[in-house]
Design a protein around this ligand. Structure first.
Ligand code: PMM
Length: 409
């Protein structure tokens, strides 16, 4: 299930909404509105990335955003903070922010990656070529170059002590990219996905969408195109989309959810099953999609290509995220209406302990299929880590992630 991150620019000068939410009261009210419209996370920024914007003193940045961060955290709202300053990152995480969103992927402030590692927060590593978004826009192969840069930034983040599970990557739409580069990057999202990290896509109101509109159309008129690009991103498996107008993107993603649901019911019928039969299911209201996530499940298996791996076995660690409709579970407050996570964990352990295979890819897909055995599950993302893999050099982790959805028949 793709998350929607609502953008809250607490700045006097952002390109599409500058000045509207500098007052903390107005900012908090806007965040609440976005939450009510279906935002999963509020991404708060205090410094504009608009071309020509004045650099901001981090102390002033904190003064702008900290009251808003604290108020939203108190209300149980999940908060990400868009900052390039390590001191701000540390302060906002201490105030309860969950994610640090750095548009320079730790390149602007040499202290950033270590500060995030120490804070235990998640981090968005975005592709950019510095904070001047208009500079250095030539690429020979934009998709390959963005992927390579993100790989380098991931390596730097891991070397600074950030756990791989805490990393989100973002191709950085509009940052040092011409319109065609942005379209290529949208079409090339599967290559970014193959890095194996959750992908955040931020196309909202960007200039390349403006090229589709009549000359002189203002930035808010790009919201329909934003919903369309966010839908395409979700279809390609993006973990999250970052948008100004939450309502239109949430509607677009519901279209995707409803279509996936219909495809699923069709395949249930073809199997002679119905998700409602035998469960006494409460009819589900549309739109309460969610996920069940299990991380760090440990099990012993004998998978691998080396004879000693087959002989001695080793520990595998599995993370699984299942997307499903939770409306019936919430309406009935009945565990029978959802996936029981204890049973799911046991099924995952059983899949690891079964007959050996050579590749963790094969094992990850076996586990994803086990997750989809429950007809309510629409999509499963499974990561298999092999922490004791026979690699001759010191290493942190090796893992493979697969995404498997239901195939329409
Ligand atoms: N775009 C802007 C600012 N921060 N962060 C991420 N991760 N991805 C983006 O695409 C991105 C960003 C551009 O300015 P805006 O806040 O007005 O959208």
């Amino acid at each position: 299930m793709t998350e929607v991150w609502g953008i809250l620019n607490v700045t006097p000068d952002s390109f599409s909404d500058g000045g509207r939410y500098v007052d903390p009261g107005a900012a908090i009210a806007h965040a609440r509105r976005m939450r009510a419209q279906g935002a999963d996370v509020i991404d708060i920024g205090g410094e504009s990335t608009r071309p020509g914007a004045e650099p901001l003193d981090p102390a002033e940045e904190r003064e702008r955003i900290l009251p808003v961060v604290s108020a939203l955290v108190r209300e149980g709202i999940r908060v990400s903070v868009d900052t390039i300053h390590a001191s701000t990152a540390s302060a906002v995480v201490a105030a309860g922010a969950e994610i640090v969103n750095d548009v320079t992927a730790g390149e602007h402030d040499p202290a950033m990656l270590r500060a995030v590692a120490e804070s235990g927060a998640r981090i968005v590593l975005m592709h950019s070529r510095g904070i001047d978004v208009t500079h250095d826009t030539h690429y020979d192969d934009v998709v390959a170059e963005v992927v390579q840069h993100l790989e380098e930034r991931v390596a730097a983040a891991v070397a600074a002590g950030i756990a791989r599970e805490r990393i989100i990557v973002d191709p950085g739409y509009g940052f040092s990219k011409e319109p065609d580069d942005n379209w290529r990057l949208l079409a090339g999202l599967p290559s970014v996905q193959r890095l194996g990290f959750p992908v955040l896509v931020g196309t909202s109101r960007k200039r390349f969408l403006g090229t589709l509109l009549p000359e002189g159309a203002d930035a808010a008129e790009r919201d329909a195109a934003t919903a369309a690009t966010s839908l395409l991103a979700a279809q390609a498996g993006a973990a999250a989309v970052r948008v100004h107008d939450v309502a239109s993107t949430v509607s677009a993603l519901r279209v995707l959810g409803a279509t996936a649901h219909a495809a699923r019911s069709r395949s249930d019928r073809a199997d002679g099953r119905s998700p409602d039969v035998g469960t006494g299911a409460v009819p589900s209201a549309p739109g309460l999609h969610g996920s069940i996530e299990l991380t760090g499940i440990r099990a012993r298996g004998f998978h691998g290509v080396l004879p000693e791996e087959r002989r001695d076995g080793q520990e595998f660690v599995v993370d699984a995220a299942l997307s499903l409709d939770l409306a019936a579970a919430v309406a009935s407050d009945d565990v029978a209406q959802t996936v029981h996570y204890g049973e799911l964990a046991e099924a995952i352990v059983a899949a690891v302990e079964r007959d050996p295979v050579d590749l963790i890819e094969t094992l990850a897909d076996r586990i994803a299929r086990a997750c989809l055995a429950d007809p309510r599950v629409e999509h499963a993302s499974v990561t298999v880590h092999k922490p004791a893999a026979p690699i001759a050099v010191p290493f942190g982790d090796v893992a493979v992630r697969v995404h498997r959805g239901r195939e329409p028949r």
